[in-house]
Design a protein around this ligand. Structure first.
Ligand code: PMP
Length: 362
């Protein structure tokens, strides 16, 4: 295929074309070394530079202070659902979880296996169509941490701000909106994110943890699962996922070249304005799943009037070169994931198609 399609996949999602091209140029012979990066020791000077530059660039993009460690781990974000509690939820302490959908409740389920993790608030009754505001819940102040999911990939909801916890440590699964807009990382004690939406290919998970928390990681954990030990070895306790980390590094450099997260956020806002206007301006042909003040900037969940129309939409959009628009089975309808690497041009192609489809079927 000579031409790339418009990729609205929920994840693994689109990657920036210049990043893919750069990786392609270096795939067989990395920067004249005579080998692919995939064939090279992770202890080599070449890989060491890639590893450290990736961390430095992520730190710059996210404005991370020296109070935080940046870790690369395997096993995806779901592994972190368990590891967060195994490492940081001490016996006799209680953690609070907000359930805004499949991934949020998955995190709670895993945490319960290793400690006292409790549900603080849930959007289940209304089909996970919104995220809470701070007034919807309250903490006692004794909690070990509050865990939430900043962007709900499946339901298409997202927090516009950061929950105010009154001093309780804040933990966040940022898998599907990390690096999409500026964020005050100093408000968090722990952030984790699988790479495969905004950062790179699947295979590496970013964990950002405030250093003082590492003292609590229990010694009886498997070594590769212990944040303190992984941090102590700069994420090289075992062979790291070298190629995914390299790709994350290329993406981080690319975002810095674009002007950093403020610039990225402005572009994402323009993409959002276009697609939500297409939904709201359709005269009721399309309806959004999320309540307006909870709308996700990354995953736009919506539907046309019937299952038949939704299916036709997906089939015809695919025919027109647009991929990944079928809604998740637990929500139905349609979903357009417009991660960082989805260009405004792809979003405009979609909104044109939406308008034309509505005219033909309305
Ligand atoms: N959290 C969120 C918000 C997600 O979107 C996903 C995957 N779509 C996960 C966790 C699970 O990630 P992984 O497949 O990397 O375990």
């Amino acid at each position: 295929m000579s031409q790339r399609i418009h990729n609205f996949s929920a994840g693994p999602g689109a990657l920036p074309l210049p990043v893919l091209q750069s990786a392609q140029r270096n795939l067989v012979n990395y920067e004249g070394s005579g080998m692919s990066l995939m064939e090279m020791s992770h202890r080599s000077a070449i890989y060491d530079d890639i590893h450290n530059a990736c961390i430095t660039d992520l730190r710059t993009l996210l404005g991370l202070s020296d109070d935080y460690e940046v870790l690369f781990m395997g096993g995806g974000a779901r592994t972190q659902f368990a590891l967060v509690a195994m490492n940081l939820l001490r016996p006799q302490r209680r953690a609070a979880y907000i359930n805004t959908g499949t991934w949020a409740v998955g995190a709670l389920r895993e945490a319960k296996k290793s400690g006292d993790a409790t549900l603080l608030w849930s959007s289940e009754e209304t089909g996970h169509d919104r995220v809470p505001c701070d007034a919807d819940w309250s903490l006692t102040g004794d909690e070990e941490y509050l865990h939430y999911t900043s962007n709900n990939t499946i339901f298409g909801t997202q927090y516009s701000g950061i929950p105010e916890t009154g001093g309780v440590d804040l933990f966040c699964d940022m898998s599907s909106d990390i690096l999409s807009r500026p964020v005050d990382t100093s408000r968090f004690a722990l952030i984790y994110a699988g790479a495969q939406k905004n950062m790179g290919p699947a295979g590496v998970t970013l964990v950002i943890v405030r250093k003082d928390l590492l003292e609590r990681c229990p010694d009886n954990l498997p070594e590769v699962m212990n944040y303190r030990l992984v941090a102590g070895k700069s994420s090289m306790l075992n062979t790291p996922p070298v190629f995914p980390i390299y790709m994350v590094g290329l993406v981080a450099k690319h975002l810095l070249d674009l002007g950093g997260l403020a610039e990225v956020g402005t572009t994402n806002q323009a993409k959002n304005d276009a697609i939500y206007s297409a939904i709201d301006g359709s005269g009721g042909f399309y309806t959004g799943h999320a309540q307006r003040d909870s709308r996700s900037q990354m995953n736009v969940t919506f539907r046309a009037g019937s299952d038949t129309l939704n299916q036709r939409f997906v089939a015809e959009a695919t025919e027109a070169g647009m991929n990944g628009l079928k809604g998740h089975r637990s929500v139905g309808g349609l979903r357009a994931s417009i991660y960082n690497a989805v260009p405004l041009g792809s979003v405009l192609a979609l909104t044109d198609f939406m308008g034309e489809f509505a005219r033909r079927n309305g």
